[in-house]
Ligand binder design. Sequence first.
Ligand code: ADP
Ligand code: MG
Length: 226
Amino acid sequence: NRERIIQSERLNVVSELAASVSHEIRNPLTVTSGFLQLLNKSKSITPEEKGFVELSLQELNRAEKIVSDYLSFAKPQLENMVYSNMFAELEYTKNIIMPYASIHKVEVKFSFNNTLNKSYDRNQIQQCLINLYKNGIEAMKEKGGGTLTIEVSERKQTIIISIQDTGIGMTKEEISRLGKPYYSTKAEGTGLGMLMVYGTINKVEGTIEVHSVQGAGTTFHLIIPA
Ligand code: ADP
Ligand code: MG
């Protein structure tokens, strides 16, 4: 038990550190990639040099993906703590994901029925929701589209957030690997999204239930005590 407490404290330190460096990392990434794109258009660049520049751009792109899966919403803490029913975060992240959904022919259904309040870090919850929506949409992308259903309800003293997709689904084995660092089945995946999701829900003392049928879709239930 003590071991576990130490471990979760360690997780907190890591996520706080991540939060404080994330914004600092984004700017240099953007600036560097901008100059490399300019260099790439130069008339005096040799084919070999062009190859190096393109590789560098690819690597920067990958770093950018890691930041956006893991740290994009992170901002220096504390003032991000709120006590609320999560409506603002659910509404906001749903709107953010809309363009990504429509590009991939995914319809988004949303319903909210919760009056219970909870204390949480707003940015972390936003990032966690975005990662789950993104995974759902990406699982449907391979099927040419589908429906993402986001439902929030309350039962006794718990808030239940359900995120359902009609995507490719997972096997039992694949479900058991969710949340392991760098586990990804995608060509351009980071394998950090679900790690962030589990870390965040753990922090609010919640649990995650996964139901998945291969070929039919997946539902995540986030069960959070109020
Ligand atoms: P990434 O999205 O970068 O691959 P994640 O940590 O977000 O990394 O997800 C890890 C893996 O879990 C994914 O590559 C995918 O295989 C699986 N996965 C997660 N969510 C879903 C989902 N809704 N449907 C099917 N597979 C999923
Ligand atoms: Mg992901």
